[in-house]
Design a protein around this ligand. Sequence first.
Ligand code: ADP
Ligand code: MG
Length: 619
Amino acid sequence: MKRAKMKGSHPLLKPALEAAALAALLCCVTAAVALVMGLSGQRLMTLYCVNLCAVLAFQIFSGNSGIVSFGHTAFMAVGAYVSAWLTMPTALQRTALPNLPAWLAGHELAVPLALVFVLLAGLALAALSGMPIARLNGASASIATLGFLIVVYSVLAAARDFTRGNQAFYGVPRATDITLALIFAGLFIVAARLYKDSRYGLMMRAVRDNETAALTLGVSPQRMRYVAWLISGGLATVAGALYGHMLGAFTPKDFYFHMAFIYVAMLIVGGMGTVTGAVVGVGLVMVLQEVLQEFERGFTLGPIQIPEIFGVPIVGVSLAMLLVLWLRPAGLVGFVEFAQGWFGKRRLPQVPARETNTGTEPLRIERARKSFAGLTAVDDVSFTIEPGCVTGLIGPNGAGKSTLVNVITGLYPLTSGAVSIGAQNIGVLAPDAVARAGVSRTFQNIRLFTGLSAGENVAIPALARGASLGDALATADSELAFVGLEGAGQKRADGLAYGARRRLEIARALAAEPRFLLLDEPAAGMNPEETDDLARRLKGLPQARGLGLLLIDHDLKFIMSMCDHVVVLNRGRLIAENTPAGVQKNPAVIEAYTGTRASRVSAQHNVEETATTKPRETT
Ligand code: ADP
Ligand code: MG
């Protein structure tokens, strides 16, 4: 992609300023609490800032990937011990850890310098542990993070020469004062926000919202999770070192389940999806813990003596978390960041010049077959999709049209047969590789990235192709205008009307600059005006962009007016292939499809029903 002259500010400037505003607010609150409450206020705010660093490190992974992690306190433990080894006074180290290997002993580094090594150690540990964990998704990934925590805890508890095992590790310089904690909290706020709005953060959130769609747009979910794990693991290790230098003495247990649970609760109460949520969640849960600790100690209420009740704080935090999950599943601040919109709209560079794809090679489907247990959904189908043309794919409901699209885009592996573009056999590729080979699609059941704005949705495939963030967002604006959604770029995708969501998905597929675009019932559920409008916009597309368009629809009028060439499927088999006029005259087609009006009506009804209910796993 040729880069046009840059105009406008860097697209990360706005989120950076918003994050800075949040950090400034934190400074003010800290100063106020320290002034009013004196020394105890200072101690409280130091703890708050350190907790915030930890929770922000959690947030970078969990908030953007949607995978709740219990493993990040393992990084914190490692950070605390590594920093302790590097900074302890030598004399103290000799008595506390007489068997510490010579290469690790007697360094007595200054804390800021030690933190550099801590970060490196954290990155190394994350690079290693991320390899298996990033392959997983959802609940399995969550459980893997728990396994990671248990492994690290066990190693630390067993390595007595290094950690004193379950005995207190003492003599760690208490270097984390309110100033240091506040500086790091500010840095972490900015880092978490920059990551969230960076190209990697955006692609990670796309995977979170719809992994299948992200895959078919060329995003590698595994790679995105690895990057998120790496950054958050590195930062969690630094947060752990700060925690260690605040306590001065600790055991591996201090970083175990209890701590992980409290941090997850903070994240969930505030809202995993935002940086502001972390700031709010840490504060609320800490206040709740402080209040409930008073209860735990027992107190007198008039004539009644309330006895000590052990475990009140943790039970209270659990209940608060359940309440939030029940009433506000996205958390108290689930979507909107503090100061969002204070610094105007994101200014974008000029639309980068688009290279017209001058592909001449057709997409060839040869004897494709796809069987599910006992059912052959696509049965020995061969045809080609020519660049510069509109190929229609019709057939009654259940004929195998969507299955064929899933086969071409790599979501379903072929049972037999081949799919190729020129000499390249794309039938063996993973969906993200098929996307990179130039095939893009929409889904019969819309699959948007619901937590992203419309513009960000469309920017994802451009980012996956390697465009800069500014260029990708500018491309998104021009594709949105192409489908008639100009001005809707800032709106959240799930806030759009049904027809607009369909068009948004088409804009997103176009932003991948495909050589072949497969639209699975793009007009389903649209009213006649919307359908006409869509037809007008799609008509010149193959010529203008040199792409091959495969159009699936139930509406024969729509198909006949749009297509150069029509392929008819019935029960998985190709029963006709001709010009629109020729297909309409074909007796087999009339019998299977056009002739039986009643079945057509019911078929259409079914489509609308599936389109508005919850989407199936992959359609
Ligand atoms: P169309 O898009 O033409 O309406 P589909 O391709 O969705 O048809 O479905 C073709 C057949 O394959 C149907 O009988 C459907 O039930 C079946 N099918 C589709 N996907 C799956 C799947 N993942 N597992 C099992 N059967 C499936
Ligand atoms: Mg279908």
